[in-house]
Design a protein around this ligand. Structure first.
Ligand code: NAD
Length: 291
């Protein structure tokens, strides 16, 4: 029997979506405005197609307008930049998301930097990255924002906690670390060159694993009672030859020691789109306030 409380990301994401839908309704009634999200997909990556379909469905379910732009894999950088320019100017579009990865002929950095920071609902534009690290108000990357909501669902006050983030990517590890600093945690960012990773993780009251290595974090790395947020999504082959999804955390072992843990699937995963919708409404509100 697992000791840890299981953090139900599906239920918490549904709650976030309900509150977004209520806010959308209010914007419609009070300002006559329906927030719009543009999602741009270049090429036919199957995983990206699934994400884009889910984003579109959940956007309309929350009462917002969804605009999908599907471009062929052969699209040139200039063509994509020209579309982004149009979306930046459009009054119907409050959020713009370009699904990554992009094909090799397109410079991802250039594309991210071309998006109007006010519409950058992924929070990847350097202006938003800078604002986040300066502790200013900004559009915050969705998966990291979801991690904080999940951690706070079991411990609303994170102040003073020892937090260890494993992974230093720009899309997860670094922004999670910034958000935890904002919550007044004492933050350590561990990575592939960290010495004695188990020893570092053992100090943590709160662990966020964003590595991309199946079940790397073991039960004996965890301080009893710690909160464990598992961002990893790894497809592995089970003993029966069927593939299944596992996180970066050895769930069964860690759940014996941790105080609370997110499952994979059903933990961090569902929070990403919920936070994207939240960002889109926030972006729409800010754009009306400035208009
Ligand atoms: P990434 O490959 O960009 O970064 C991985 C990080 O892990 C790097 O900073 C690296 O230093 C660190 N690392 C690698 N090996 C290590 C080791 N042995 N010990 C310690 N650190 C090590 O990955 P990412 O984009 O940050 O994604 C991480 C995981 O999160 C992946 O499994 C990805 O699928 C998942 N992910 C999930 C969501 C979601 O739930 N919505 C969103 C984004 C990423």
């Amino acid at each position: 029997m697992a000791a840890a409380r299981v953090i139900d990301g599906k239920a918490i994401a549904a709650e976030v979506r309900r509150s977004v839908a209520a806010e959308v309704e209010q914007l419609k009634n009070e300002k006559g405005l329906t927030p719009g999200l543009a999602v741009v997909l270049v090429g036919e990556d199957p995983a990206s197609q699934v994400y884009v379909r889910n984003k579109a469905r959940q956007t309309t379910e929350a009462g917002m307008r969804s605009f999908e732009h599907r471009l062929p894999a052969s699209t040139s950088e200039a063509e994509l930049l020209s579309l982004i320019d149009d979306l930046n100017r459009s009054k119907d579009m409050h959020g713009i998301l370009v699904q990554l990865p992009l094909p090799p002929q397109i410079d991802t950095r250039k594309v991210i930097e071309a998006i109007d920071p006010a519409k950058d609902v992924d929070g990847f534009h350097p202006i938003n990255v800078g604002r986040l690290s300066a502790g200013e108000r900004s559009l915050v990357p969705c998966t990291p924002a979801g991690c904080i909501i999940l951690a706070k669902s079991v411990q609303p006050e994170l102040r003073g906690l020892e937090a260890v983030v494993i992974g230093r990517s720009n899309i997860v590890g670094k922004p999670v670390a910034q958000l935890l600093l904002r919550e007044d945690c004492t933050v350590t960012v561990a990575h592939s060159r960290t010495r004695d990773l188990p020893g570092v993780v053992r100090r943590a009251d709160l662990v966020v694993a964003a590595v991309g290595r199946p079940e790397m974090v073991r039960g004996d790395w965890i301080k009893p009672g710690a909160i464990v947020i598992d961002v990893g999504i790894n497809r592995v082959e089970g003993p029966d030859g069927k593939s299944r999804l596992v996180g970066d955390v050895a769930y069964e072992e860690v759940a014996q020691v941790a105080g609370a843990i997110t499952p994979v699937p059903g933990g961090v995963g569902p929070m990403t789109i919920a936070c994207l919708l939240k960002n889109t409404v926030a972006a729409a509100r800010d754009q009306i306030a400035r208009a």
